[in-house]
Ligand binder design. Structure first.
Ligand code: PHE
Length: 437
């Protein structure tokens, strides 16, 4: 098989695409409601601590593995070391089957909200509850979301993602900042701001630490090989740590701004911060209704949220497609269609979890909650343990040299990263997993 590996078009190609994968529903939809369920500020502090230590290290680890091997995850572990290591890659592929279906369901909700805000349909909390309980609508929008995602992946990832993520990201940031300004100046916003910035450590439980860990990996797209796959397209001249800093910084910035747009509104309108997955969809329309030009901002916001969700969904589908095309030498196009279809089918029970399938519980959770829990709560952390152990031991000292790029000199701080990957991250993740489960 001829080794024909595409590369990013420009130096910032990886940052743009990786940030496109990282910034998505996880930041704007999931972060605020998980923070709300787990007591606010104290949770956020733990989250930030995890992101900037363990999260950053694992991201860098994935980039180094990807660039060194120039392959999708399972193959990357095989060419770099072999043995049982490719299992870590397979776990990553498996993880995509648990994330993409429920992710696409929520992606479908955002598509629906584009339409609803355009036509000016009612988007209050009762309307949202009615909408997600309507199986035909949610399955239909889920089909649309996964269909459009597959179409873009079909056309090739690089040009597409790289080109429009470059415009999308800055625009999203601008709208978020405007939303934050409106939200924090709402009458009664103080309580929400306090909830968001005053930590109450008595609220912090092992479960909320586990939630912070899961959210951290989910948000920066690490633990399943997305960044190995994207990293495999990085030029040898690029300094990996600088790229990782950008990705983590952008992702965290968007998450924090989203929370700051949502929490004040929750309190100003007397809503409950712990209300779960509907939080963003219920609070933000209420904020839009309170601002001049709210119609335009509402439409723009949901359009951008849909696009941000799609750049993340593409990366999830890409991991599976890159895996089967690399491993089994299959054509790319039929695989995109096949796995897009499988993800659609798997998403149907998740889409029905808020209506017809509400009573269908496995281990006390709906299919949607179960998929979310298995993937973010278990598989991503387990994958992250494998990836960091690999870099700290099996792939050391080559991993350090990979950071130095072409000249192969490991930077002076490489040993710190090694201990992070080899010892701190695996033990910490393992402890949180065992203690919480
Ligand atoms: N990081 C994405 C988000 O925040 C979700 C995602 C997780 C994408 C894992 C790829 C891999 O929306």
């Amino acid at each position: 098989m001829a080794e024909q590996r595409a590369g990013w078009k420009s130096r910032t190609g990886f940052v743009v695409a990786a940030a496109g994968s990282a910034v998505g529903l996880g930041n704007i939809w999931r972060f605020p409601y998980v923070a709300g369920e787990n007591g606010g500020a104290a949770f956020i502090l733990i989250y930030l601590a995890i992101i900037f230590t363990v999260g950053f290290s694992v991201l860098l680890a994935e980039q180094a593995i990807g660039r060194a091997a120039h392959r999708s995850p399972a193959g990357a572990f095989r060419v770099l070391k072999g043995g049982l290591w490719p299992i870590v890659g397979y776990i990553g592929v498996l993880t995509a089957f648990f994330i993409l279906p429920f992710y696409s369901v929520v992606g479908g909700w955002t598509f629906a909200y584009v339409w609803k805000t355009v036509v000016g349909a009612s988007v209050d909390s009762a309307a949202f509850g009615g909408f997600i309980a309507d199986g035909w609508a949610t399955v239909g929008y889920h089909a649309l979301f996964i269909g459009v995602t597959a179409l873009i992946v079909l056309g090739g990832v690089q040009g597409g993602i790289e080109r429009y993520a470059r415009i999308l990201m800055p625009a999203l940031l601008v709208i978020l900042v405007i939303l934050v300004i409106r939200a924090v100046t709402l009458p009664g916003a103080e309580k929400g701001i306090a909830f968001y910035i005053t930590p109450d450590f008595s609220k912090l439980t092992l479960d909320s630490i586990h939630a912070a860990l899961s959210q951290a990996f989910f948000s920066i797209s690490v633990g399943m090989g997305v960044m190995i796959t994207y990293g495999s397209y990085i030029a040898k001249t690029e300094k990996l740590a600088g790229d990782a800093t950008w990705v983590v910084g952008l992702d965290t910035g968007v998450a924090l701004l989203s929370g700051l747009a949502i929490m004040p509104a929750v309190f100003a309108f007397g809503m409950d911060p712990g209300q779960g997955p509907g939080l963003t969809f219920v609070t933000l329309p209420a904020v839009f209704a309170q601002m001049p030009g709210g119609y335009v901002f509402g439409v723009l916001f949901f359009v951008m949220l849909s696009l941000a969700a799609m750049t993340s969904a593409m990366s999830l589908l890409e991991v599976v497609v890159a895996h089967v095309t690399d491993e089994f030498n299959c054509g790319r196009k039929p695989m995109v269609i096949l796995f897009g279809g499988i993800m659609f089918l798997l998403g149907i029970p998740a889409a029905l979890s808020f209506g017809a399938g509400k009573e269908f519980l496995i281990f006390g959770k709906t299919v949607f909650d179960l998929m979310e829990f298995i993937s973010t709560g278990i598989l991503l952390p387990v994958g992250a343990i494998g990836i960091s152990l690999f870099v700290g031991w099996a792939f050391w000292p080559k991993a350090g040299e990979e950071l130095g790029g072409e000249h192969g000199d490991a930077p002076s701080w490489a040993p710190v990263w090694r201990w992070m990957c080899g010892i701190v991250a695996p033990l910490l993740i393992l402890w949180i997993l065992i203690a919480a489960l």
